[in-house]
Design a protein around this ligand. Structure first.
Ligand code: SF4
Length: 118
């Protein structure tokens, strides 16, 4: 079931899950199933969570790309900014020491190349 369909159904007072005496489902069953459905749509819950705290730039970019498909991206980013997250990828952005940075620099000294030589 698509998230928008699920949310529309719930918003109109319906249930996305067959429930009631006929099925034996309880409200707790519905909540658990709803949480499962939502969890399956959240990339950092279904992929290796280490990606969101990786050191390697390619892995960080992969986490950022996965965040872009997340239905919670906007709220996740707002929450991370409010909490001044010290580390990791949140809402598709890289946080270091509580602030969003454009790119994550790898460990060690910066490479010497022509663009930085002066
Ligand atoms: S936007 Fe937030 S909740 Fe969604 S995948 Fe990224 S870190 Fe996880």
């Amino acid at each position: 079931m698509r998230l928008t369909t699920l949310l529309d159904t719930l918003d109109s007072g319906g249930s996305a899950i067959q429930s009631g005496a006929a099925t034996g489902y309880t409200l707790e069953d519905e909540r658990a199933q709803f949480d499962r459905v939502i969890s399956e749509l959240i990339p950092c819950r279904v992929n290796d969570s280490e990606l969101w705290f990786a050191e390697q730039g390619a892995q960080v970019e992969q986490a950022k790309a996965l965040c872009r498909s997340c239905p919670l991206m906007e709220g996740c980013l707002a929450g991370a900014i409010d909490r001044a997250e010290p580390w990791g990828v949140w809402g598709g952005q890289v946080f270091i020491d509580g602030v969003v940075v454009a790119t994550k620099r790898g460990r060690g000294r910066p490479r010497k190349d022509a663009t930085h030589a002066a």
